[in-house]
Design a protein around this ligand. Structure first.
Ligand code: PMP
Length: 386
């Protein structure tokens, strides 16, 4: 009898997929999986369709089309003051997910350690392990999400190769502040490590907080790879266009994995994303303002429902909700199933982001939805729980 890969076998199907399937089956409002329900910016869609007919549809260059790579460099300069050489320090990936996979496969050797901060986006652990890495976890906990400096230091060793930082973080919605990032940077330098920075929610940061790429801190320019996603920045999750910024040396290694994983990404989508990234400030401001108002709408609605306690959302499009006092005795997974089948609202259980059960019950709800959808979800929940 054949044996399939043991790392991936041990993870099964992601809870996002399972909850989404259950949501479809029960016609439940799906605030589980993180995707917006709008169509994305018209101008970008229009460009993609024009480029499909106007320009070649054969394999584009392995590192991405020049237009997008130039736009990635310009975006880094405009928002973070980074001077990036587009020819050597940018790479387009098929979504941030493939970019992350290419980083792990291109940089890790068997037995290298990777410091990760849980709660963890679901693909991190399986991909690190499949690439031969050994995850070293540090936990941050709701409601304050404080990063404990000595716990972080304890996760480092002379085998540390990578540190994975996700800021703004899914699902905690934490936006790492300067002191924390400086502490992380010090450890990265002390242990001669590399930082992989998943910054896909870089344009969803609220209430005067600031997104600070680790790459901008002293000594981190050539030790960091910054990853963005058109899926998040332009609400086009199905396009799977991601972009990496990093030193020539690091991207050389990463692109070796990328060339054998996917080699390229659809050229018309890349060119349209280039136009999007070059768009005026108003687009980026609007995205933040819209998401912030949706966050407030959902949080306000939920806070009136007995047992629902939304935790302050600093960034991303996820609301982290404490449901410990809702009066449900089983696990968060069972609670999310119950919400879907009995109430008609779907969320995801937060234990999935820790790969273990937690002391308290939390769920994650995505608010990147039409206002009417958010209102209907709140109505259903308050009808059931009040
Ligand atoms: N990182 C994080 C933290 C995410 O939340 C997501 C999408 N949910 C991704 C990466 C993947 O992005 P993409 O769709 O561009 O692969």
């Amino acid at each position: 009898m054949y044996t399939t890969n043991l790392t991936f076998n041990s993870y099964g199907t992601t809870v996002f997929e399972l909850m989404s399937r259950l949501a479809v089956e029960h016609k439940s409002i799906n605030l589980g999986q993180g995707f917006p329900d709008n169509y994305g910016p018209n101008a970008v869609l229009q460009k993609a369709s024009e480029y499909l007919f106007d320009l070649p549809n054969q394999y584009p260059p392995m590192l991405g089309v020049p237009e997008l790579r130039q736009a990635i460099a310009a975006h880094n300069k405009r928002f973070y003051g980074l001077d990036i050489n587009w020819k050597t320090e940018t790479m387009v990936s098929s979504g941030a997910t493939e970019g992350l996979a290419a980083c792990f496969l291109g940089l890790l050797n068997q037995g290298d350690e990777v410091v990760v901060i849980e709660p963890l986006y679901d693909c991190y652990l399986p991909m690190i392990e499949r690439a031969g890495g050994i995850p070293k976890r540090v936990s941050i906990e709701p409601p304050n999400w404080k990063l404990n400096g000595s716990a972080l230091r304890a996760a480092f060793s002379n085998k540390t190769k990578l540190v994975l930082i996700n800021s703004p973080q899914n699902p905690s919605s934490k936006v790492y502040h300067r002191e924390e990032l400086l502490h992380i940077a010090d450890l990265v330098k002390e242990y001669d490590a590399i930082a992989i920075c998943d910054e896909v929610y870089e344009h969803m940061v609220y209430d005067h907080r600031e997104h600070i790429p680790l790459m901008t801190l002293p000594g981190m320019r050539d030790r960091s790879i910054r990853i963005g996603s058109a899926g998040k920045t332009f609400s086009l999750t199905g396009w799977k266009v991601g972009y990496l910024t990093g030193s020539e040396e690091l991207l050389k290694a990463v692109s070796k994995a990328h060339q054998f994983l996917v080699f390229t990404t659809p050229p018309n989508l890349q060119r349209a994303v280039a136009d999007g990234l070059n768009g005026d400030d108003a687009y980026f401001d609007r995205l933040t303002i819209d998401m912030r108002s949706k966050r407030d709408r959902l949080a306000e609605g939920l806070s009136k429902i007995s047992g629902f306690n939304p935790i302050i959302c600093e960034g991303t499009y996820f609301l982290f909700v404490d449901v410990e006092n809702v009066g449900f005795s089983d696990t968060d997974v069972k609670f999310c199933e119950y919400l879907t089948t009995e109430v008609g609202v779907t969320g995801v259980p937060v234990s999935a982001f820790y790969n273990r059960s937690l002391e308290k019950k939390y769920i994650r709800l995505c608010f990147a939805k039409e206002n009417a959808v958010l209102d209907e979800a709140v109505e259903k929940l308050s009808g059931h729980f009040s």
